[in-house]
Ligand binder design. Structure first.
Ligand SMILES: [Fe+2]
Length: 212
């Protein structure tokens, strides 16, 4: 089967609201970073689709477990952790899906090698490194049943605290610089997405909220 935008949209529409919103946010933030570091339009298109699908495996996991407050048992953590491999299996039979697999499989790697699969630094595919930062930032600034959202500045502080251990330092620096610039100039948001729907562009409202 061909992997086309209609398939991506129908996959996103099958997600619950939280997962769909998170996927849009991660896509938006990832593209923001990629534009800032000078990726080509082709690379950005791959990144955008990969970011939209990065957590597709979570659509197979019980929502109660995903939203469980407090600590997880070893077994529960193993189930949640499996979303990367599950997600890759869900799309691997689509033609042209191979370019998205590294993002789905490796967005939980850490720069120091302590992530899900133990890849470190430049062994982590670069598109996945970008999505890791966008994913962490969105998770920190969004409401979850188990946490109050951090403000934008608190989240940036947290990213900086973990650069070189969890996150690629040069990408944290790029992210900080481009997100602050974009918030100062909301027009920048509009040029990013020609092929995705308006919901993504509207994320500027969310980013404004977290600055307060
Ligand atoms: Fe994930």
């Amino acid at each position: 089967m061909q992997f086309n935008p209609d398939i991506v949209i129908s996959i996103l529409n099958s997600f619950n609201n939280d997962l769909r919103q998170h996927s849009y946010n991660v896509c938006y933030l990832s593209v923001l970073i990629a534009e800032h570091v000078g990726y080509s339009q082709n690379q950005i298109a791959t990144l955008a689709i990969g970011a939209l699908l990065h957590d597709i495996g979570k659509s197979c996991i019980d929502e109660a477990l995903l939203n469980k407050p407090g600590s997880l048992t070893k077994k529960e953590f193993a189930i949640i952790k499996s979303h990367t491999v599950l997600g890759a299996k869900m799309i691997e039979n689509f033609e042209e899906s191979k370019v998205y697999l590294p993002i789905i499989l490796y967005h939980h790697e850490r720069w120091d090698g302590g992530g899900y699969e133990g890849l470190a630094q430049h062994k982590i595919p670069e598109l996945a490194r970008i999505v890791t930062i966008a994913d962490a930032f969105d998770a920190m600034t969004s409401y979850r049943p188990y946490q109050q959202p951090k403000t934008l500045m608190q989240a940036l502080k947290e990213l900086n605290k973990n650069k070189g251990t969890q996150f690629a330092p040069y990408l944290v620096e790029a992210f900080e610089s481009c997100i602050l610039k974009s918030i100062k100039n909301p027009c920048n948001f509009k040029k990013l997405y020609k092929y995705l729907n308006d919901q993504i562009i509207n994320q500027k409202c969310k980013l404004k909220e977290v600055t307060s």
